[in-house]
Design a protein around this ligand. Structure first.
Ligand code: CP
Ligand code: NVA
Length: 316
């Protein structure tokens, strides 16, 4: 199925999935699948468009998939680190937003505070795309949905279990899942739950989609009959000082290993946003085993972000 990106009413920004609705997400995923199948058909779609990318944290997938993606659509990318920009010496975000809007067509930014990208979006006349903040990682969740869709062809009745930290990846996954109608079970220790405002928004979404959200401290309960098991690192970027405590708090119960995965459906798939710490949040046996689809999932970052760029840039 194709979407007409010239007439569809996509929003200006992608700060979190909350700016989008179910129909838009599903259209985007279908466009991503079409782009993956027939990339050459889209090779001039964003000809002449320039994407600026600002990084306050390291990245492999986000950086390379966005850069490759805009190039494959006929556009160009400028990669920047805040340290090399005047913003790193205290130039206001407002001035940076206005100035960049004069030069380029969109900004993808990876940073710490979510407020920072909200401020950037408020002042920029060009679209702002969240390439990860401490609160959200929407582009990752789009690739996660695409991967689930490729395996199941639908979202209703599909059960996803997320085991681990209630972090940015978990937040976006929860919102994405609630929006499209997945059943989501979360297992996390006390003190590492998802943010209240995210859970509130996700629960509101389930009223429209019928998606079920189940939260427990027991990974075995969460994983029971799951179609997908997802985990992420226990210590995210910026939390390095908490690493020893986090290891101690998660290690006993929250590792995805063969003992846990036997409660899932026999044909379950394992997902991880990567980078992963083998033998911490997941054993090598599981992440490198027959159920793992991590490289397909990482690959889908490229396709789904091309669809996102097309959705927000083609008609501009
Ligand atoms: N999953 C993800 O966002 O990876 P990078 O940190 O390598 O971009
Ligand atoms: N939760 C991780 C995701 C990395 C892609 C982090 O924020 O470091």
């Amino acid at each position: 199925m194709m979407i007409d990106t010239k007439t569809a009413t996509f929003g200006k920004d992608m700060l979190s999935l909350l700016e989008w609705n179910k129909a838009e997400l599903i259209d985007m995923i279908k466009l991503a699948v079409a782009m993956k199948t027939n990339p050459s058909h889209y090779s001039h779609m964003l000809s002449g468009k320039i994407l600026g990318m600002i990084f306050d944290k390291p990245s492999t997938r986000t950086r390379v998939s966005f850069e490759a993606g805009i190039l494959q659509l006929g556009g160009q990318a400028i990669v920047m680190s805040s340290k090399e920009l005047q913003i790193g010496r205290g130039e206001p975000i407002k001035d940076t937003a206005h100035v960049m809007s004069e030069y380029i067509d969109a900004i993808m930014i990876r940073t710490f505070s979510h407020q920072k990208i909200e401020e950037l979006a408020t002042h920029a006349s060009i679209p702002i795309i969240n390439g990860l903040t401490d609160l959200h990682h929407p582009c990752q969740a789009l690739a996660d949905l695409m991967t689930i869709y490729e395996w199941k062809d639908q979202f209703n009745g599909v059960k996803l279990a997320y085991i681990g930290d209630g972090n940015n990846v978990c937040h976006s996954l929860l919102l994405a899942g609630a929006m499209v109608g997945l059943d989501i079970s979360l297992a996390m220790p006390k003190g590492y739950e998802v943010a209240e405002e995210i859970l509130f928004e996700a629960q509101k979404l389930t009223e429209q989609t019928g998606s079920q959200i189940f939260i427990t401290e027991d990974p075995q309960l969460a994983v029971t009959d799951a179609d997908f098991i997802y985990t992420d690192v226990w210590t995210s970027m910026g939390q390095e000082e908490e690493n020893a405590k986090r290891l101690a708090d998660f290690a006993e119960k929250y590792q995805v290993n063969a003992q846990l995965t036997r409660y899932a459906k026999p044909d379950y798939h394992f997902l991880h946003c990567l980078p992963a710490h083998r033998e911490e949040e997941v054993t090598t046996e599981i992440i490198d085993g027959e159920h793992s689809v991590i490289y397909q999932q990482a690959g889908n970052r490229l396709h789904v972000q091309k669809a996102l760029l097309a959705a927000i840039l083609e008609s501009k």
